[in-house]
Design a binder for this molecule. Structure first.
Ligand code: G6P
Length: 606
């Protein structure tokens, strides 16, 4: 979603800002803009389109070594130039870029209009520019504090002032901002990807924190103007991890990286001696662990579907009642928070607003929450009491692949850890450890069948509607399969439990509605195959994602075989062909795979 970049130093700011914005494009946006200060005068360039249009429109004379930039994902008002950031005060003195949502923008707009201010956009952000400009404070810092004290909502913001041309003032509440410290220059972005190509020395602003950045460094402070001395840390992420390289799409690059990223989440966490998973980051000793009576997983989108898969693993291996719920629903239904429940927040980005707010709600009510999060230092990771970092590396494609696989592996580790302080025997623990060790190589085997999966996918790409079915362990796999397929192919794809076919969906089965069925070799295999016969009898085309030992008899179906692992871990591997099916169907349809329409990688507003 929305992205912020800012720069102050000795170089020409505009090209740096444009490169930074291009780096943030993957997050999803619909309009963009930059502002640069030169000799105490601000110049602004905006577009209702893409960053490349901004680049093309950049005038020759746009010099200045301090500036701010933004990619906007429309919330208040359509994607037009007038609504694109930066927004300015009426006199043009103040320029602001903002991520997040100002809840009381309506009343502030009315108040400003009544005071004679002409508002030139439909946005919530514009009020900030006017509020800063109208403050009577001497310093830009105090003016920003004044403005922020008037607003309710979430923000990450960067403010430029013609009167203070050496500095950019930042504020953060619920929307991330990172300062990158360079050599006599300072970079700012809402996402590490726009910083690491310049510097690996960074400071993540805390919620509620403010900062002033200049060419020579930065200072951070609280709402009460108390300095918070923050020391930059080194980030391990190399700039190359964010680059596409020779690949056609980030999504393919990322699903091909899975054997290595799966190794990373397991590394150092498998303890053969005790047949358990070592998860020190959970901050749970054995007694606290044993006291857990329920597990509740919360996440959004694909993270929620993997959460469902994870809850099943926890229930099966640790015999603790566990379920998953979309964070977006959970937080609005006044949930009962229970001190013997372990809440697990799952998120690739660690910035999904609904998941973050759900975590805050749990903590406000005294609940205990751990995170399964990919991005180190992200808002959700920091809000949790402990957690398991997923170590999948940066994920750029909107359709999540390697991070999801690592979420599933993270849940397997958690289930093992919870199980081993309960009734899961050491022998069982060791059996699962062996299974987990085999996963990276088995993913490799699946990826080697990409060409075959691609030809099945091409066959599906002509359909206007599809079913994905599975039951028990296979059902979350089917749900995630349908999600991925619809996200990037734009075909209607719906998941059902195979056991529910007869209770409704069978009415739609016919030769124009293909079904992708997840049929693991488990105790339900005969029943699953029975459901397939019912579909075949009605001429429904079938793709069966299954294990080599499963006998489909005379069934007419395209078959995708996945290597067999331990029964509880099989769902992790069964999701991998779903990624390839969706990718190759979307490729056949010629879609913009990495940036599907209307979707954002990181949904930082409710
Ligand atoms: C967005 C993305 C989904 C993703 C979800 C949760 O909706 O489009 O692909 O699954 O956010 O993201 P998270 O970063 O919390 O895993």
């Amino acid at each position: 979603m929305c992205g912020i970049v800012a720069y102050v130093g000795k170089q020409d700011a505009a090209p740096l800002l444009l490169d930074g914005l291009a780096q943030l494009e993957y997050r999803g946006y619909d309009s963009a803009g930059i502002a640069v200060l030169n000799a105490g005068h601000a110049k602004v360039l905006r577009t209702g389109g893409r960053v490349r249009e901004l680049r093309a429109a950049l005038p020759k004379r746009f010099a200045g070594s301090i500036g701010i930039g933004h990619t906007r994902w429309a919330t208040h008002g359509p994607a037009t130039e007038a609504n694109a950031h930066p927004h300015r005060s009426s006199d043009g003195r103040i320029s602001v870029v903002h991520n997040g949502i100002i809840d009381n923008a309506g009343s502030l707009r009315a108040e400003l209009a009544a005071a004679g201010v002409t508002l030139t956009s439909d946005t919530d952000t514009e009020v900030l520019a006017h509020l800063v400009a109208r403050s009577t404070a001497e310093t830009l810092e105090d003016a920003v504090l004044d403005a922020v004290s008037r607003i309710e909502g979430t923000y990450g913001l960067a403010v430029l002032d013609e009167r203070h041309p050496d500095r950019i003032v930042l504020a953060r509440s619920g929307s991330p901002l990172i300062i990158g410290v360079g050599n006599r220059e300072t970079h700012v972005a809402s996402d590490l990807s726009a910083i690491v190509r310049h510097t690996t020395s960074v400071v993540h602003l805390e919620d509620g924190e403010f900062a002033t950045v200049t060419a020579s460094g930065f200072t951070t402070f609280t709402r009460d103007r108390v300095n918070t001395s923050r020391t930059p840390t080194e980030v391990a992420e190399a700039a190359g991890n964010f680059e596409l390289g020779a690949h056609q799409h980030y999504m393919r690059k990322e699903f091909l990286e899975q054997p290595a990223s799966a190794q990373s989440v397991l590394r150092g966490r498998l303890e053969d001696r005790f047949g358990t998973a070592r998860l020190d980051g959970l901050n749970l000793d054995a007694r606290a662990n044993r006291a857990i009576r329920r597990v509740k997983v919360i996440g959004c989108g694909s993270a929620y579907y993997v959460g469902q898969l994870g809850a099943q693993m926890i229930e099966e291996l640790a015999r603790i009642p566990a379920d998953a719920e979309p964070a977006s629903e959970f937080r609005y239904r006044n949930p009962i928070i229970d001190s013997t429940t372990l809440y697990v927040a799952v998120s690739q980005s660690g910035e999904t607003a609904d998941t973050l707010f759900a975590v805050e709600e749990i903590k406000r009510k005294g609940g205990q929450v751990v995170g399964l999060v990919n991005v180190v230092g992200s808002s959700i990771a920091r809000a949790c009491d402990g957690g398991v970092y997923l170590h999948a590396g940066p994920e750029i494609a909107v359709a999540s692949t390697k991070a999801l696989t690592n979420m599933a592996l993270g849940f397997a580790l958690l289930a093992l850890n919870l199980g081993r302080v309960r009734d899961l025997s050491i022998a069982e623990g060791r059996r699962l450890i062996e299974g987990l060790r085999a996963v990276p190589e088995q993913i490799e085997q699946i990826l080697r069948t990409e060409d075959e999966i691609a030809s099945v996918a091409k066959g599906l790409s002509g359909a206007s509607s599809l079913f994905f079915i599975g039951r028990v362990r296979g059902y979350p796999v089917a749900r995630e399969g349908a999600q991925k397929f619809k996200e990037i192919s734009y075909c209607h794809a719906e998941a059902y439990q195979s056991s529910e076919l007869k209770h409704g969906p069978l009415a739609l089965i016919g030769e124009s509605l293909p079904t992708v069925a997840v049929v693991p070799q488990d105790e339900l295999v005969q029943r699953n195959v029975g459901a397939l016969h019912e579909i075949a009898a009605r001429n429904g085309p079938l793709v069966v994602v299954t294990h080599p030992g499963v006998d489909l008899g005379e069934l007419r179906a395209s078959r995708i075989d996945v290597p067999k692992n331990e029964i509880e871990l099989d769902p992790i591997l069964l999701t991998v062909p779903m990624q390839l099916l969706a990718y190759h169907a979307a490729l056949a349809l010629g879609h913009d795979i990495d940036k599907p329409r209307n979707l954002a990688k990181s949904v930082t507003v409710e």
